[in-house]
Design a protein around this ligand. Structure first.
Ligand SMILES: [Zn+2]
Length: 283
């Protein structure tokens, strides 16, 4: 479940607590948790953590040693977490990687992933560049308004799957797509390329507001998300439609929030989020 806000919270905590640390040892419990670069693992011993970046829903740790830079990229994907040593997990057998550090207060970072949808990759600079180019579209927090307008106008297809298409816009998943579409008063099945420019701008502004508010709240703890220090994200309390099927619309329009069965669950208000072209199908 971690999406962009949760990954950003993880990256922020790693920066605060681990930057400048030296990696002593990296234990990998099962080889198949490393997607690529496992033979380079010995290089990381003694390397210094020099930077932490977020790409979509992934977090990249940049290490420096003897003039070389290499990266550990952790996919948080559906169920992955990066946790400090003191943070308890429900199923410790799913800790697949342990990195031990010296020079900072946090002595260990663990990669916990019960369902193994996510992986780690050990990459050099060229490998990281390829990895990013293959997987991640524009970042919703840094894409310009004009670039976002062009992206929307150029793509055929429904709005919600487009917002969640990681190779187009990286980092938005089902929770935040639902929340931003409700706030922007847009039905998930609207055709993206037919939106007016003013509507796309409204969506752009809402996207940025929702994601920034969620980061400020520490993300949303849904399905076991915890920050590395074990804190829960509080944005869940501000969800207006996600998981709110049968609740009254927060806009007080008098209707109930409905759940649409599509490829992923969509939560909509049938009055506030009208889809003219699909009206008969969805109402
Ligand atoms: Zn409503």
């Amino acid at each position: 479940m971690p999406e962009l806000p949760e990954a950003e919270v993880v990256a922020q905590q790693l920066r605060t607590h681990l930057l400048g640390a030296q990696l002593n040892d990296c234990w990998v419990g099962r080889a198949d948790i490393v997607r690529e670069g496992l033979p380079t693992l010995p290089w990381y011993r003694g390397a210094r953590l020099e930077g932490v970046a977020r790409y979509g829903k992934s977090v990249a740790l940049g290490f420096h040693k003897e003039g070389d830079l290499r990266y550990v990229v952790a996919e948080l994907g559906m169920t992955g977490l990066l946790l400090f040593r003191a943070t308890q997990t429900k199923h410790p057998q799913h800790v697949h990687v342990r990195m031990s550090f010296t020079g900072v207060r946090e002595s260990e970072l663990r990669y916990w992933n019960p369902r193994r949808f996510g992986r780690l990759s050990l990459l050099d600079q060229a490998g990281l560049d390829r990895y990013r180019a293959r997987r991640f579209g524009v970042d919703p927090l840094t894409v310009s308004r004009d670039e976002f307008i062009s992206l929307m106008e150029a793509r055929r297809g429904r709005l919600k799957p487009l917002l969640m298409h990681q190779q187009v816009i990286a980092g938005i998943g089902n929770i935040y797509a639902n929340e931003m579409l409700f706030r922007a008063k847009l039905h998930p099945n609207r055709e993206a390329s037919r939106l007016r420019k003013a509507t796309i701008i409204r969506l752009y502004d809402t996207m940025q507001t929702v994601l920034r508010e969620a980061i400020a709240c520490g993300g949303s703890s849904v399905k076991d998300f915890f920050a590395p220090d074990g804190t829960e994200g509080q944005y869940k309390r501000r969800h207006l439609v996600y998981g709110k099927e049968g609740h009254p619309c927060p806009n007080r329009c008098g209707r109930m929030i409905r759940r649409l069965q599509s490829e992923r669950s969509s939560f909509v208000c049938p009055a506030c989020q009208i889809c003219k072209t699909l009206r008969r199908l969805v109402l």
